[in-house]
Design a protein around this ligand. Sequence first.
Ligand SMILES: *Cc1c(COP(=O)(O)O)cnc(C)c1O
Length: 422
Amino acid sequence: MELREAVFKGLPEDNGLYMPTQFPQLDPAWIAQIETHSFEEIAYEVCRRLFQGYLPESDLRVLIERAINFPAPVVALDEEVHILELFHGPSLAFKDFGARFMAQLMSYFNQEESDELVILVATSGDTGGAVAAGFLNTPGIQVVILYPSGKVSPLQEKQLTALGGNITALEIDGTFDDCQALVKSAFLDSELRQQIRLSSANSINIARLVPQSFYYFEAYKQVVKKDMPVVFIVPSGNFGNLTAGLFAQRLGLPIHHFIAATNINDVVPSYLETGVFTPRPSVATISNAMDVGNPSNFVRMLDLYGSTWNNLKTNISGYRYTDDQTRSGIKTVFDRYQYTIDPHGALGFLAYEAYRQENPGTIGIILETAHPAKFSEEVSKVTQKEVDIPERLAKLANAPKVATPMGIEFSPFRNWLLEKYT
Ligand SMILES: *Cc1c(COP(=O)(O)O)cnc(C)c1O
């Protein structure tokens, strides 16, 4: 079964990426009535198209019910500027949608297996938190998170180490690259893999991408009454979120235009301007979840446009901003609208401000990809006001950290895995 294989493998053997083979159009009558559907129903309808034939529809319903169980509200700041809040999940970032959905799908396919599945995740901070929360208490699945000691924020560390249950944290005395190397060695160890069923929760897994298209429909539903062309502004790093928007459009959602907003890691905006794609090492910024120098979903975007620059740039505009501009964006949003936006969302706001000067009369929906509390230090410096920490995160901050310290040599890690999971 192909979907099953794509989900467990994450990456195909030919060095490419998995893509849906077709995008069956949603019924225009269904879209015209979108206001009558709940988020859950929307997610189900979209997913049913993409996963046609891969799993029984009644099973898909249950899966969606479990994964998509928090809202994605649109907040109107004025007639044109809208914020799509994607931070109402457990780890306060949009990655919760993908992580929760992938956890459910893996657990579903794993039911047919008698052995437990062990997911290995190396994280530099953010992704690990979403994956850990997404897989928490998923039957048949254990998660091992490897993170670099002293190199994640205290709150991020709690998100990795304080959940308990089937989530186990290894505090590696090394860098993020060392964590990745350990995971890679484990995957290459065929003897180990005969004894433990291993999988990854990589961000380019198709199971993380598909659920991200659901909230484009959900957002559209909330502004459709205003009857103006809808533009989505997507703060982007690895470009999974924007690619999921392109999926939504391909399925028939009437999206007028996309805006890719980046920090100075701007290889995609540069490509849109010049037609030349030049990956380069990433540079650290205050919107650090978007510090990506070689976005892996770029090939998916190209594929959707028949690899034609002209088609791509007609549908997507790119804007990039510095950290100082990002701070001024946070300040403008706070002063003008009394709304606290995080550094990633602030890039989206700046990009839409620039776009709407030239193109007035649209509904701009800015994807707010994280809760400002996740970046409270930067944000409160600008707004001169404490950022309220949502209760689910505050609770975690007080929970005890549980992590097993580990060096960067492979054999102790290997032994630990064997001892724990065989
Ligand atoms: C991961 C992340 C992004 C970037 O998303 P991509 O899909 O990689 O483009 C933006 N903002 C936040 C807060 C993130 O965690």
